[in-house]
Write a protein that binds this ligand. Structure first.
Ligand code: UD1
Ligand code: MG
Length: 464
C-alpha cells in the first residue's frame, strides 16, 4: 500500500485525491474577501494548502468553495490550474462539504486526503506520516496535543486505536478534559469515506453534518482507525485578523530559522520577509529589510543588500543586489551580476559579470556578459501600446543617462556616449553619439546673470 520514494519519504502508492475545504465564510475576519484568500507569506492562505496537496503528487485536487466561490475559483486556477472546484451552496458541515467532491471523485479508487483551506501549515512530512499510517488503518486522523484545547474536537483513543471524535459542544466533562485534539485532516479510501459520509446525520449540538462522525461509523463497520500526531504549530488555523497576523509571524519565524539552518546569513532576521516559496542557497548573505515576494530563487554565495525587493526572479551564484534594488518578475541574473541602488529590472536576462550599478530601469531586455550599464540608463520599452525588446551584446559600455528606445540592439563591444538617445541599432565595436553638440558662449554667463538680477530688482520695486 505504501512505497518509498527516492527521497526516502513514504508516499501513497494507490493514488491520492486531496479535498480542500474552503467554503466557510470566516465571519470573524469581518471582510468582503473569503477567509481562505487572505494572504500569508504573500499568497492566499488557500495556496499553502494547495502547495501541501501538490507535494503528494495527487491524481486530483478538489477545492470545495462556497462563500466567494468565484474569487476562490480564480485563486485556485492561479495556483493549481489542474484543480477542480466544486460548489457547496449551503454550508451544512464538514461531512456535507466533503460529500460535494463526489461529483468529481464518485468512482475514484484511491485515497481521499482532507485538508482545510484555513489551516496552512501542515508539513509535507506530516502528510507522509499519514500515508505511512494508512498502511495499517482504514481511516487516519491527524491529531495534536493542544496547550489550550478550547473548542476543538477531542480524539477518544484506546491505545493505538482511535475510537471516536467528539465535538466540543457534544462532549462530556470527561471528554472535554482530553487534550488530544482533531486537526481536521483525515485520510481514507474514497469509496469508504463517501460511504461513511452518507451515514452521517445532523442530530448534534450544532445541527451540522460532522465529518468527525466518520470515525464511529467506520468502527461500527469493522474498519480500523488510528491517529497520527503532529506539532500543534502545524495545525494553526486562521479565524480572525489577529490570528492571520499570528500565522504570518509564525510563518516568517520558521522561514528565517530554516534559511539560517540551510546556511544563509541573515544580518537582522526579524526584518527579512519571505514568501511561501522563496529558495535561497548556502552562503548567501541577506542584509536588513529585504522582502522576498513569490517566485524568487537565489543561488549560493550571493549578497542581497539592505532594502531590496525581489519578486519572480532568479539570481545565480555570486550576484550582488542592492542596496535599494527592485527585481521584478522575469529578472534572470547570471553569475556575478551586480545590480546597484535604485535599479529596477523586469523581464530581463543579464549575462555573467554584467553590471547595472545605479539608478536604472532595465525592462524587456537581454544583456550579454561583461557589459556595463551606466548610471541612469533607461530601456524605453513601452510605446504606450506595446512593449519592445532591448538587446545588448557582450562587453558593451552604455554611457550614463542613455535612453534605449526599444526595439533596439547594441552590438558586442559597442559603446554609447553619455546622454545618448539611441533609436537605431548600433553595430559591434561602434560608438554611438546621439545628443546635441555642446556650444560654449564666452562671458555669456556673466551677462545673463546681470540681466536676471536687474529683472528681479525691477519686479521687486513694482510690487513693493
Ligand atoms: C472542525 C472539526 C473539529 C476540529 C476543528 C479543527 C468537524 C465537525 N469539526 O471544527 O473536530 O477540531 O475543525 O480546526 O469537522 N467548511 C466547509 N463547509 C462547511 C463547513 C466547514 O467548507 O459546511 C470548512 C471551513 O471553511 C473550514 C473547515 O471546513 O475550513 C472547518 O470548518 P469549521 O466550521 O471551522 O469547523 P470547526 O467547528 O472549527
Ligand atoms: Mg474552525
Amino acid at each position: 500500500m505504501v512505497k518509498t520514494a527516492s527521497n526516502g519519504i513514504k508516499e501513497y502508492s494507490m493514488g491520492i485525491a486531496v479535498v480542500i475545504l474552503a467554503a466557510g465564510k470566516g465571519t470573524r475576519m469581518n471582510s468582503d474577501l473569503p477567509k481562505v484568500l487572505h494572504p500569508i507569506a504573500q499568497v492566499p492562505m488557500l495556496a499553502h494548502a494547495i502547495k501541501s496537496a501538490q507535494a503528494t503528487d495527487p491524481d486530483h485536487i478538489v477545492v470545495v468553495a462556497g462563500h466567494g466561490a468565484d474569487t476562490v475559483r480564480k485563486a485556485t486556477a492561479e495556483y493549481a490550474p489542474d484543480a477542480q472546484v466544486v460548489l457547496q451552496e449551503e454550508q451544512l458541515g464538514t461531512s456535507h462539504a466533503v460529500a460535494q467532491a463526489k461529483a468529481v471523485l464518485g468512482d475514484y479508487d484511491g485515497d481521499i486526503l482532507v485538508l482545510y483551506g484555513d489551516t496552512p501549515f501542515i508539513s509535507d512530512q506530516t502528510i507522509a506520516d499519514i500515508a505511512t499510517a494508512r498502511a495499517n488503518a482504514d481511516l487516519v486522523v491527524l491529531g495534536f496535543h493542544a496547550a489550550d484545547p478550547g473548542r476543538y474536537g477531542r480524539l477518544v483513543t484506546d491505545g493505538d486505536t482511535l475510537e471516536k471524535i467528539v465535538e466540543y459542544k457534544d462532549a462530556s466533562a470527561e471528554e472535554r478534559a482530553i487534550t488530544l485534539c482533531n486537526s481536521g485532516v483525515m485520510a481514507a479510501r474514497a469509496a469508504d469515506m463517501f460511504d461513511w459520509i452518507d451515514a452521517t446525520g445532523n442530530e448534534n449540538a450544532s445541527g451540522e453534518y460532522y465529518l468527525t462522525d466518520c470515525v464511529e461509523i467506520a468502527r461500527a463497520r469493522d474498519k480500523t482507525a488510528s491517529c497520527v500526531i503532529c506539532d500543534e504549530a502545524e495545525t494553526l488555523g486562521v479565524n480572525s485578523r489577529a490570528q492571520l497576523a499570528e500565522a504570518e509571524a509564525a510563518f516568517q519565524s520558521r522561514a528565517r530559522a530554516e534559511a539560517m539552518e540551510n546556511g544563509v546569513t541573515l544580518y537582522a532576521p526579524d526584518t527579512v520577509h519571505f514568501a511561501y516559496d522563496t529558495v535561497i542557497g548556502r552562503d548567501t548573505v541577506v542584509e536588513q529589510n529585504v522582502v522576498f515576494a513569490p517566485g524568487v530563487t537565489v543561488e549560493s554565495g550571493a549578497t542581497i543588500r539592505a532594502f531590496s525587493h525581489l519578486e519572480g526572479c532568479h539570481i545565480a551564484r555570486g550576484g550582488i543586489i542592492g542596496p535599494y534594488a527592485r527585481l521584478r518578475p522575469g529578472a534572470e541574473l547570471s553569475e556575478d551580476v551586480r545590480i546597484g541602488n535604485f535599479v529596477e529590472v523586469k523581464n530581463a536576462l543579464i549575462g555573467e559579470g554584467s553590471k547595472v550599478n545605479h539608478l536604472s530601469y532595465v525592462g524587456d531586455a537581454e544583456i550579454g556578459s561583461g557589459s556595463n550599464i551606466g548610471a541612469g540608463t533607461i530601456t524605453c520599452n513601452y510605446d504606450g501600446v506595446m512593449k519592445h525588446k532591448t538587446t545588448i551584446g557582450n562587453d558593451v559600455f552604455v554611457g550614463s543617462n542613455t535612453l534605449l528606445v526599444a526595439p533596439v540592439t547594441l552590438g558586442d563591444k559597442s559603446m554609447t556616449a553619455t546622454g545618448a538617445v539611441i533609436t537605431k541599432d548600433v553595430e559591434a565595436e561602434a560608438l554611438a553619439i546621439a545628443r546635441v553638440d555642446q556650444v560654449n558662449k564666452p562671458r555669456m554667463a556673466v551677462k545673463l546673470f546681470d540681466i536676471l538680477t536687474k529683472r528681479k530688482a525691477k519686479r521687486n520695486s513694482e510690487t513693493s
